[in-house]
Design a protein around this ligand. Structure first.
Ligand code: NA7
Length: 859
C-alpha cells in the first residue's frame, strides 16, 4: 500500500493528499519538505505595514527556514488577533454573484454558506499542486510524498532508496538534504535549472545596516523597484564591459548568494537581450562544470533550453556538489523519459529503478490553479470564470475581472506577483483594495467592476511588457507550459513592481479609470479607458523626462539646445560594436561636410545607406544618431554613412536639403572608396532627417541621379501644415512638442518657402520614387503627415510599406537599448532595407520572441 493515496486527477487539484489546514501560513504551511526556505532575503520578505511589528521580530537567518517563516506568520496573526476571523478547515467550493442583492454567495464544504459584499481571493500563486501526470502512481507499494503537501510528522528516509522527480526550487532545495539521509537518491530531471549558492548565514551586515539606517527609505525603495527588493537600477550594458569586468561582477554575484542581485546587478541587458543573457548563462554553466566532477552529469545539469531568469532560477545549498556523492544518481529524462510507475519503482524508456520512496517535486498549477479550484465562480449574467479564462487569464491589473463585480484576487495573474518579492506585492494589493473599498463606502457605492475596454487594454499592455523581458522564451509555470493543456501566455506582469504601483495609483487619480462604480442611492460612475497606451519602456522614459522638469528645449536658444542635446546623448548607453567606424569628409553643396561611416563586421563590399540624423534642421550632427546607425548597420549588414549636413538658423532653407542631395551623390560616386558596393544607394533618416531623405529621393529623380533603390523614412517631416489631428492630440507631453516644431520651422524656413517640395515633399511630384518604408509613431505630432506621405506615394504608384508603431513617441524607434519595444520595428526597417538592396530578410535570433514549442515539456 502506498502511504498516501494519490487521486488520479482530482477535480480539485488541491486535494493531492491534502488535509485541511488547521492554521495560517498558506504556502509556508504546506511546503514542509526538507530544506524548504525562502529565497528572497528574509529581511525583505517581511510585512512592512507596521513599524512596531518590524521592531518586534528579528530574523535569525539570511534565508529563513520554513518553520521560522511559519512561526512569523503565526506571530503576526496573534499580534493582530486575526484567528477569530478565520474559519479553518473550510474549502470554498463555489462562488456566485447574486445580482439582486449585489453580493457574493460562497458555498463551502464545511458549515454554512457565506454571503458577502466583496469576495477577496488570497488563494496564493503556488498553492494548487500539479497532479503527477505519470501512469501507475497508485500501483506503487512504497511511500509517496509531494513537496507541496509534505506531511507534518517526521519522515524517516534513512537507509531508504529515494527517488525525487523534479528539479525546480523545491527539488533543488530538498535534494541535498534527502541525499544526506537516504541510502541512495535517484533524481529524475526533465529540465535542468539554473541554481546559485545561497551562502546562507545570519542576515548580512551590509543589508541590515542599510535597512536599519533608514528603514522607511529602504522599504520605499523596495516598493518602487522592479523586483520589490531595493537594489539600484543597473545601467552598464554587457558590451560596455570587458570580459574581465564581466567576470569580476559575476564572481561577486556568485559569492553574494542573492537571486535578485544576480538578476538585476550584473549588466542591464541580461534580462532583456538574448546575447547579454547568454554571457551570464555561460558563466553559470562554467561553474557547474567546475563543481560537478562527472562531465556527463555536469552536462546534463547545465540548462541550455532557456535564458537565465526566464524560468525561475533557484538558490541552493550544496546542490551541485550533491551529485559528487556516491549515493546520488541523476537520470536525464530528456534521454530516457519516464514510461510509468510500477509497484517497485520507476521505469524509464531504458531501465527500471527500484525505490522505497518517491518524492514528487513536480510543482504547481501556478497562478490560476487555486482560483479555478473554486468552481464554478459565476459572475454577472451567469458568466463562468472558467469560460472567460478558457484561453488564459483575462484581468484588469491582475486584481479584478470584467463581469465579476467586487471580486479581487490578491497577486492574481496579470500582476507582478511571482516575478517580485511577494511580500511587497501582497501588501500593495491589500492596501490598494482596502483603500478602494473604504472610498467606495464613503461615496455610497456598493459595486466596483472592471470594464471590458480597461481589461482589453491591460491585456495589450501585458503583451507589450512581455516583449521587454525574456520570459516569453521559456516553457515555464510562468507561462502555463508545465500543465498539459493549459493555455500558453506569460501570466505575471513583467513590467516591474514600481511601475505597476504607479499605474494602480494613476487609476485612482484619474477617477477610477476603467472601473464602473454603482450604488443604490448614487449615480453610476464610469470613467472608461485604458490606463497605459504607451509601450512600457516609453512610459518609463517619458516619466523620467517629466520628472526632470526640463524647460522647453526652444527656450535654450539654438546653441543652448545643441549643448543640451549633446549632454543628453552623452548620457545614453553606448551603441553596440560594429565592424568599423570611420570619420571622414565629403564634398557638400558648397564645401566639405563631415560624415561618419559604420561598416559591418562581415566582409564587404556592402550596400550603402546614406543616413540623415534628426534634430529639426537645427540640432544634432553626424554622430547624434550613433546607436541607431550602429543597430541598423548590424541588423542590415550594410554600411551606413551618417551625414553632417549644415544647420539652421545659420544655414536656412534649402541648405539642409541641398547638402543632403549633394552628400548622397558624392557617396554614390565614392561608394567603392567607402568599401561599399558600387551601384544604387539607399537613403534613410529620422525626423528632419527623414524629411531630407524624402527630398533627396525627389531631387535625385529630377536631377538625373544618383540612383536610389529605397528610402527609409522614420517619423519624417513631410508637410508645412499643423492642423492634422496628431498635431493636436500629441501637442505636449511626448517630448517633441508642437511648439518645438513651430520653433524648428521658424528657424529653418520662412513662411514663403514652406510649400516648396524641398521642405514639404508631400507637395512635390510623387511618381517614380524609390520604394519606401515609412515608419510613424502613435504619440507623435508628425504621425499624420508621415501617414499622409506614405498614402500619397502609394497612390502615385510607389511601392510603400507603412509601419505604425503603437504606443511609441517621436524618439522611440531610434532610442536603441533604451526603448527595447522598438526592436520589432527596427527588424522590420532592416528587412525593408535588405529588400531594397535585393537581399533576403535577416532575422536576429531572439528579437521576435518566438515562443518555444510547449511539447518540449513532454518527458
Ligand atoms: P517547479 O519550479 O514548477 O518545478 C517542478 C519540477 O518538476 C520541474 O523540474 C519540472 O520539470 C518537473 N516536472 C513537472 N512535472 C513533471 C513530470 N511529469 N515528469 C518529470 N518532471 C516533471 O516547482 P517547485 O515546487 O520546485 O517550485 C515552485 C516555485 O516555488 C518556485 O519557482 C519558487 O517560486 C517557489 P520541467 O521544468 O517542467 O521540465
Amino acid at each position: 500500500m502506498s502511504r498516501w493515496s494519490v487521486p488520479a486527477l482530482p477535480a480539485c487539484t488541491c486535494c493531492i493528499g491534502c488535509a485541511r489546514p488547521a492554521s495560517v501560513g498558506g504556502t509556508w504551511y504546506w511546503n514542509r519538505y526538507p530544506g524548504a526556505r525562502c529565497d528572497i532575503q528574509t529581511i525583505d520578505y517581511s510585512y512592512t505595514f507596521d513599524p512596531e511589528l518590524e521592531r518586534a521580530w528579528q530574523w535569525s537567518e539570511k534565508y529563513a527556514t520554513q518553520p521560522e517563516i511559519l512561526r512569523y506568520l503565526g506571530f503576526v496573526t496573534d499580534r493582530y488577533d486575526l484567528r477569530r476571523d478565520i474559519r479553518f478547515g473550510t474549502k470554498v467550493t463555489a462562488a456566485t454573484w447574486e445580482h439582486a442583492a449585489d453580493r457574493w454567495l460562497l458555498t463551502t464544504d464545511h458549515g454554512a454558506s457565506v454571503s458577502c459584499r466583496y469576495y477577496i481571493m488570497a488563494t496564493g500563486c503556488l498553492s494548487a499542486p500539479k497532479p503527477p501526470e505519470i501512469d501507475g502512481v497508485k500501483d506503487f507499494k512504497g511511500e509517496v510524498y509531494f513537496t507541496g503537501r509534505w506531511p507534518h510528522e517526521e519522515i524517516k528516509l534513512a537507509g531508504k532508496r529515494v527517488a525525487v522527480i523534479g528539479t525546480g526550487s523545491s527539488g533543488i532545495q530538498s535534494i541535498p538534504m534527502i541525499a544526506e539521509q537516504a541510502a541512495h537518491l535517484t533524481v529524475f530531471q526533465r529540465t535542468p535549472n539554473f541554481a546559485l549558492p545561497a551562502h546562507n548565514g545570519p542576515p548580512p551586515a551590509d543589508r541590515m545596516a542599510l535597512l536599519e539606517g533608514d528603514r522607511a527609505g529602504y522599504r520605499e525603495q523596495a516598493r518602487m523597484s522592479l523586483a520589490g527588493v531595493p537594489w539600484p537600477q543597473q545601467m552598464s550594458v554587457s558590451w560596455q564591459l570587458s570580459d574581465a569586468e564581466r567576470r569580476e561582477r559575476f564572481e561577486k554575484a556568485w559569492a553574494a548568494g542573492d537571486l535578485v542581485y544576480i538578476l538585476t546587478q550584473l549588466w542591464a541587458d541580461q534580462g532583456v537581450d538574448v546575447d547579454g543573457n547568454s554571457l551570464l548563462a555561460d558563466l553559470i554553466r562554467e561553474k557547474i562544470r567546475t563543481i560537478v566532477k562527472d562531465p556527463e552529469t555536469a552536462a546534463a545539469l547545465s540548462p541550455h533550453d532557456h535564458p537565465f531568469g526566464a524560468k525561475r532560477p533557484c538558490l541552493d545549498t550544496n546542490y551541485y556538489t550533491t551529485y559528487n556523492r556516491p549515493n546520488v544518481t541523476l537520470v536525464n529524462l530528456r534521454q530516457e523519459p519516464i514510461t510509468g510507475i510500477t509497484a517497485s519503482g520507476i521505469k524509464t524508456g531504458k531501465r527500471g529503478f527500484d525505490v522505497d520512496v518517491i518524492v514528487f517535486a513536480t510543482g504547481f498549477d501556478a497562478m490560476t490553479g487555486a482560483i479555478m479550484a473554486v468552481h464554478p465562480i459565476t459572475g454577472r449574467g451567469g458568466k463562468s470564470l472558467s469560460d472567460v479564462w478558457a484561453n488564459g487569464p483575462q484581468t484588469y491589473l491582475g486584481l479584478t475581472v470584467a463581469g465579476f463585480p467586487n471580486l479581487f484576487m490578491i497577486t492574481g495573474p496579470g500582476s507582478p506577483s511571482v516575478l517580485s518579492n511577494m511580500a511587497v506585492s501582497i501588501e500593495q494589493h491589500v492596501d490598494w483594495t482596502v483603500d478602494r473599498l473604504m472610498a467606495m463606502r464613503e461615496a455610497g457605492y456598493t459595486t466596483m467592476e472592471a470594464t471590458d475596454t480597461a481589461q482589453a487594454g491591460w491585456a495589450r499592455h501585458m503583451a507589450d511588457c512581455s516583449t521587454l523581458t525574456l520570459h516569453r522564451l521559456a516553457n515555464t509555470w510562468y507561462t502555463g507550459a508545465n500543465v498539459p493543456g493549459k493555455a500558453w501566455g506569460v501570466m505575471p506582469y513583467t513590467g516591474g513592481v514600481g511601475p505597476y504601483r504607479t499605474i494602480c495609483d494613476e487609476i485612482v487619480s484619474r477617477g477610477m479609470l476603467g472601473f464602473r462604480l454603482t450604488g443604490p442611492n448614487v449615480a453610476e460612475q464610469c470613467n472608461d479607458g485604458e490606463v497605459v497606451r504607451l509601450q512600457p519602456d516609453v512610459r518609463l522614459v517619458l516619466n523620467m523626462l517629466a520628472d526632470m522638469n526640463l524647460p522647453p528645449i526652444e527656450s535654450f536658444g539654438a546653441q543652448g539646445a545643441r549643448d543640451f542635446v549633446a549632454q543628453f546623448n552623452a548620457a545614453r548607453p553606448a551603441g553596440r560594436p560594429v565592424g568599423e567606424v570611420v570619420d571622414g569628409t565629403l564634398a557638400g553643396a558648397d564645401g566639405p561636410l563631415p560624415y561618419r561611416l559604420y561598416r559591418p563586421a562581415t566582409p564587404g563590399p556592402h550596400p550603402i545607406v546614406v543616413y540623415f540624423h534628426g534634430g529639426g534642421w537645427v540640432l544634432g550632427d553626424e554622430q547624434s544618431d550613433d546607436p541607431f546607425c550602429r543597430d541598423m548597420c548590424r541588423r542590415t549588414g550594410m554600411s551606413f554613412v551618417s551625414v553632417g549636413y549644415r544647420h539652421a538658423p545659420e544655414h536656412r532653407f534649402p541648405t539642409a536639403a541641398e547638402d543632403g542631395y549633394a552628400a548622397t551623390r558624392w557617396i554614390a560616386e565614392h561608394a567603392a572608396e567607402l568599401g561599399g558596393k558600387p551601384g544604387p544607394v539607399m537613403v534613410a533618416g529620422w525626423s528632419a532627417g527623414g524629411n531630407i531623405a524624402a527630398v533627396t529621393c525627389q531631387l535625385a529623380r529630377d536631377r538625373g541621379g544618383p540612383q536610389i533603390s529605397g528610402q527609409l523614412l522614420v517619423c519624417p517631416v513631410t508637410d508645412c501644415t499643423f492642423d492634422r489631428p496628431s498635431y493636436h492630440e500629441n501637442a505636449t507631453g511626448y517630448f517633441l512638442t508642437r511648439s518645438l516644431m513651430y520653433w524648428f520651422w521658424d528657424l529653418y524656413c520662412s513662411p514663403a518657402d514652406r510649400t516648396d517640395p524641398r521642405v514639404s515633399p508631400l507637395r512635390g511630384k510623387l511618381e517614380n520614387l524609390p520604394p519606401a518604408l515609412v515608419a510613424t509613431c502613435e504619440f507623435d505630432p508628425l504621425r499624420d503627415e508621415g501617414v499622409a506621405y506614405a498614402q500619397a506615394m502609394a497612390a502615385a504608384g510607389v511601392p510603400v510599406e507603412q509601419l505604425n508603431a503603437r504606443g511609441h513617441f517621436h524618439s522611440s524607434l531610434t532610442m536603441v537599448d533604451v526603448v527595447i519595444t522598438g526592436v520589432a520595428a527596427r527588424v522590420q526597417m532592416a528587412n525593408a532595407l535588405r529588400r531594397f538592396a535585393g537581399l533576403p530578410p535577416e532575422r536576429k535570433e531572439g528579437d521576435e520572441g518566438v515562443r518555444p514549442r510547449s511539447d518540449r515539456l513532454a518527458a
